[in-house]
Ligand binder design. Structure first.
Ligand code: GCW
Length: 678
């Protein structure tokens, strides 16, 4: 009875918190009546970014007076800032106006997370120059791999009508240091470069500018022939080169601070220089030359694999790009996905990092959860991003991490950058799942400073998005920090990859077989299960993909006894009875991982219900219902994968583990109606 009264009380308590739809993201500043005392000292004190900084602080700061000061001598801070202060006064200094804005958000973050602000001495220099979101938004407002509704960009209304969300979007980005965006999909519609669309793009760029968010575009390599009426789009054709120069000049007339182009060429059916017998360097350099007079850059994607099935797909990008090392202009950056295949739940790092010695490179992360449960599963990606950034390539000896290669520490690089494929759509809560907002947040924070820990990022985000009540903070943080490993466990542990369903990347279909489909779009190509074992042999006796890694990694990955177990089945075809470090067989370990993943999600449900009363009922219920879906899916994954592979291993699931709840034959009948395939 006591219990009942108690839970009713808690229930009412949560109802009494004002309902929130998540639209305010992590920017839920408390309302104050008193305006803060903020002064600006700089010659050009009417700069738009300074105005925003002053306004944000005036409206939301509740502490001592603040002076915002431009000091051009601080240019070693790049667009970073310094904050110095005591109880009476705070000074934010920066060489660039936008640095003051970042400094303002830093202060507000300290305030909102309850940090001590009585004695401040902060210097922040961003890790990367260009911290960019890649939207995969189509001009018809669908979003490739988007799980939060349609695109934010209302093309029909642009350029004359400006949705208030454009500004909110720019503000959210600025608050976490994101300073660039590509607003259209890499599968680019050539029409984005028509005068009609460029006017619309300009209107958006004008809204983003005060927030320091620069506009970039994805371009279709065949644009000169498709919209320019030229005979071809051959990069060696002077007419084509002229066409791009003129187009770029037109863009800069409209958008003087335009950033540059992102290009997916000769990949998954997109046009590119190969169509004319040229290589990636020819294609990228032509665009780079057009952009160079304006200081624009080309982000040229390394996500390429043969249109016909050929060698190990994990090896193809390296084989394509390494021979071209040194042939790219210095305003070209090769944009490389974290793993060699395609944003799988977990991949080893792409061996291209480190191997390109005379060519600039940058990381591409996927913030949208194409392979991690869409916007239905709670998966906090900071640990995944950090695993990639911290991966040691050994390219220049021990300590040659991807972070240090791409931030310019180990290699000269004219511009450094990092990209994340956005998870943002027009849903009220922006990302589909309230917790998916944390991945947008985490990307921005790590792009600004990759030394931040996942723990700190989660901590900040929870305090600002929900509450700093310790009984909520600690268990929820713990849930977030373990959630990626949990998802890997119930989806693809131990290096398993690409056993998704054919027509969506949501659920399992390791048995999937489509007559006539190219083998490397089918799960069997990757898992190779047979009565002996499973996994992809990438050792010297197999595809020899391990040779693309620098010593000693080629040896470590290539040896079944030394490969990290999280990548065991990525690099090896391993017998079911192979003894792993814990003394148990590979099959038993597989069962443990799937079981563990499922049990952990069931635990998250308990955690959330227990702490739910600390947050408003609306967000509580939304997350609760998503966690139920995630639990059902984790069971689906575990049952499908274990029952299917059991037809090969012919071994029991260890008897102390949960038993399957579904029949394999029923699971095989599940067909979800998602549009995308491969
Ligand atoms: O992850 C895959 C996706 C495609 C995507 C492609 C890419 C934009 O399944 O939808 O296309 O990668 O990164 O180009």
């Amino acid at each position: 009875m006591k219990q009942l009264i108690f839970s009713t009380f808690l229930f009412l308590f949560s109802l009494s918190l004002i309902a929130e739809d998540g639209s305010r993201l992590w920017l839920r500043f408390s309302e104050t009546n008193a305006q803060a005392n903020v002064t600006v000292s700089s010659r050009n004190n009417r700069h738009a970014s300074t105005d925003v900084a002053r306004q944000e602080l005036t409206d939301h700061w509740q502490g001592q007076p603040i002076e915002l000061r431009i000091d051009r001598r601080l240019n070693h801070l790049k667009d970073g800032y310094q904050i110095k202060g005591n109880r009476d006064r705070i000074t934010v200094s920066a060489a660039q106006e936008v640095g003051l804005l970042y400094g303002a958000y830093h202060l507000l973050r300290l305030q909102e997370t309850g940090a001590d602000i009585s004695n401040l001495d902060v210097t922040e220099i961003p890790s990367f120059d260009v911290r960019i979101l890649n939207h995969w938004d189509n001009l018809n407002r669908t979003i490739e791999r988007g799980y939060a509704g349609h695109s934010l960009w209302l093309w029909n209304e642009l350029p004359h009508t400006l949705s208030p969300r454009y500004q909110e979007y720019a503000r959210a980005n600025a608050s976490i240091g994101i300073n660039a965006t590509v607003i259209n999909s890499v599968n680019a519609n050539p029409r984005i470069l028509t005068d009609e669309y460029l006017e619309k793009v300009k209107a958006l760029a004008d809204v983003f500018r005060p927030y320091g968010v620069r506009m970039y575009l994805s371009v279709n390599f065949a644009s000169p022939s498709v919209i320019g009426g030229l005979e071809n789009s051959d990069p060696h054709n002077p007419d084509v080169q002229r066409w791009w120069k003129n187009k770029v000049n037109d863009i800069y007339k409209l958008i003087p601070d335009f950033g540059g182009f992102l290009v997916k060429a000769n990949s998954e059916g997109q046009p590119g220089p190969h169509d004319y017998g040229r290589n990636h360097a020819d294609g990228a350099n032509m665009l780079a030359d057009a952009l160079q007079p304006h200081n624009g850059i080309v982000m040229w994607r390394a996500f390429v694999y043969e249109p016909e099935w050929g060698e190990d797909r994990a090896s193809q990008a390296y084989n394509e790009f390494v021979p071209l090392d040194g042939e790219f202009r210095d305003n070209v950056i090769i944009q490389i996905k974290n793993g060699p295949i395609d944003f799988q739940p977990r991949e080893p790092f792409s061996p291209l990092f480190g191997a390109l010695r005379k060519t600039a490179g940058m990381l591409e992360f996927q913030i949208t959860q194409e392979y991690l449960g869409f916007s239905y599963h709670l998966v906090f990606l900071a640990p995944q991003f950090k695993e990639a950034l911290d991966s040691d390539t050994f390219s220049d000896g021990e300590g040659s991490t991807i972070a240090k290669i791409t931030d310019g520490t180990l290699r000269e690089q004219k511009v450094t950058a990092i990209a994340g494929v956005a998870n943002i759509g027009e849903d009220a809560n922006w990302c589909g799942h309230h917790f998916a907002q944390s991945n947008w947040y985490a990307f921005g924070r790590l792009a600004w400073n990759y030394n931040l820990s996942s723990e700190q990022i989660a901590d900040e985000w929870i305090r600002m998005t929900f509450t700093d009540e310790p009984n909520f903070l600690e268990p929820v943080k713990d849930m977030m920090l373990t959630s990626w490993e949990t998802a890997v466990n119930y989806m693809m542990p131990m290096g398993i990859h690409h056993i998704f369903a054919w027509n969506h990347h949501y659920g399992p279909e390791p048995w999937c077989y489509i007559p006539g489909a190219r083998p490397d779009w089918l799960p069997r190509y990757y898992h190779n299960a047979d009565t002996i074992g499973m996994g992809f042999d990438r050792t010297v006796t197999g595809s020899n993909n391990v040779a693309q890694y620098f010593p000693p990694l080629n040896e470590i990955f290539g040896n079944v006894n030394t490969v990290p177990e999280k990548f065991l089945l990525w690099f090896h075809h391993v017998p079911w009875d192979f003894k792993m470090k814990n003394g148990e067989t590979m099959w038993d370990n597989l069962c443990y991982h799937y079981n563990e993943g499922m049990m952990q999600v069931r635990d998250y449900q308990k955690v959330w219900d227990r702490v739910g009363h600390y947050v408003d009922y609306e967000r509580f219920r939304h997350v609760q219902s998503r966690l139920r879906t995630q639990s059902r899916d984790a069971i689906w994954w575990r049952d499908a994968v274990l029952l299917y592979f059991q037809t090969y291993s012919r071994r029991p699931i260890p008897f102390h583990l949960e038993r399957p709840m579904n029949d394999l034959e029923d699971l095989k009948k599940i067909k979800l109606d998602w549009k995308h395939h491969n």
